[in-house]
Design a protein around this ligand. Structure first.
Ligand SMILES: C[S@@+](CC[C@H](N)C(=O)[O-])C[C@H]1O[C@@H](n2cnc3c(N)ncnc32)[C@H](O)[C@@H]1O
Length: 278
């Protein structure tokens, strides 16, 4: 009974929502749920959000359609960014990995548009980190090759947008930072260069490398803080939270990806396989 929450919307209307985690072990919690609908995570409880949402570039996810119209994509974006705003503490931070722009299916200023949406919702802007993946193999179209008629310019980087809810200065948490002098000096230079993750190695269509959440976690959170990834995918963020002694909460709509995240936590974070609470 302790995992069932009863929500009364009015006198005659009672909705019963199962809020049991899909997986729980030590400081790790995974929910197999829709981030737009989940009610299990309390409001004002999250210190840091690190995530990479679907990019709407027609990736074949198991349980998510990734080729919406751009307007519908921005509507979906509004909804989940608003949900994250509600879940964050007042000094909560948000590291959002998104494309700078997109070319496939028509050019769009994705980073600029999502930044505006987040600010309209109430998130405050801190900075933008450029992630140079060194990925030049994506280049497929030149437009009018060697002619000024209609050339295509493609910028092969992604960004990590850094936002905060109300106060940039952290007042909650353990006050314990575990970042080294070199890491601090290197990572506060907002051009980050490291390779992307292999889909094949991980078994997910769009994973990010662990270096991305690792840097965000060590730079922007204290030891013991609660970190949320609302689009958990293959579980990369939770591997980073576990290895860096933070509490990690992950949400993914797809059961297979939740199972993959658990498998990777066992293999790459050596979580104790005999002690699971399914
Ligand atoms: C870009 S991938 C995240 C990859 C992750 N960073 C990793 O390293 O594996 C986006 C994920 O969002 C999930 N997703 C899509 N819509 C969702 C929703 N409404 N609620 C929760 N998860 C969702 C997809 O199933 C997919 O695994």
């Amino acid at each position: 009974m302790q995992n069932i929450m009863v929500i009364k919307q009015n006198k005659n209307d009672v909705e019963i929502k199962d809020v049991k985690p899909y997986f729980e072990y030590d400081n790790i919690t995974i929910y197999k749920d829709d981030i737009l609908k989940i009610s299990a995570i309390p409001h004002n409880s999250i210190d840091l959000i690190v995530t990479s949402p679907p990019y709407n570039v027609d990736i074949h996810y198991n349980s998510h359609v990734d080729n919406l119209t751009y307007n519908d994509y921005l509507e979906f974006t509004k909804k989940w960014i608003k949900k994250c705003f509600e879940l964050a503490k007042d000094d909560g931070r948000f590291c959002l990995n998104i494309p700078l722009d997109k070319n496939k299916g028509g050019q769009q200023s994705v980073c600029a548009d999502i930044t505006k949406i987040a600010k309209d919702i109430g998130w405050k802007y801190h900075s933008t980190i450029i992630w140079n993946e060194g990925n030049i193999s994506r280049r497929t179209a030149w437009g009018s090759f060697m002619s000024a008629s209609a050339p295509y310019v493609i910028t092969p980087v992604e960004v990590i947008l850094i936002l905060y809810k109300k106060n940039w200065k952290k007042t909650s948490g353990s006050k314990k930072s575990d970042i080294t002098k070199k890491e601090f000096m290197d990572w506060t230079n907002g051009i980050w260069s490291f390779s992307g993750e292999s889909k094949k190695r991980v078994g997910h269509p769009a994973p990010f490398p662990i270096e991305l959440p690792r840097r965000c976690i060590k730079l922007f959170s204290y030891v013991g803080d609660t970190v949320l990834d609302p689009f958990l995918g293959s579980g990369t963020t939770l591997i980073a939270t576990y290895l860096n002694k933070r509490k990690g909460i992950g949400v993914d709509i797809d059961k297979e990806y939740c199972d993959l995240a658990i498998k990777r936590l066992k293999q790459e974070a050596q979580i104790n396989q005999n002690n699971f609470n399914f």
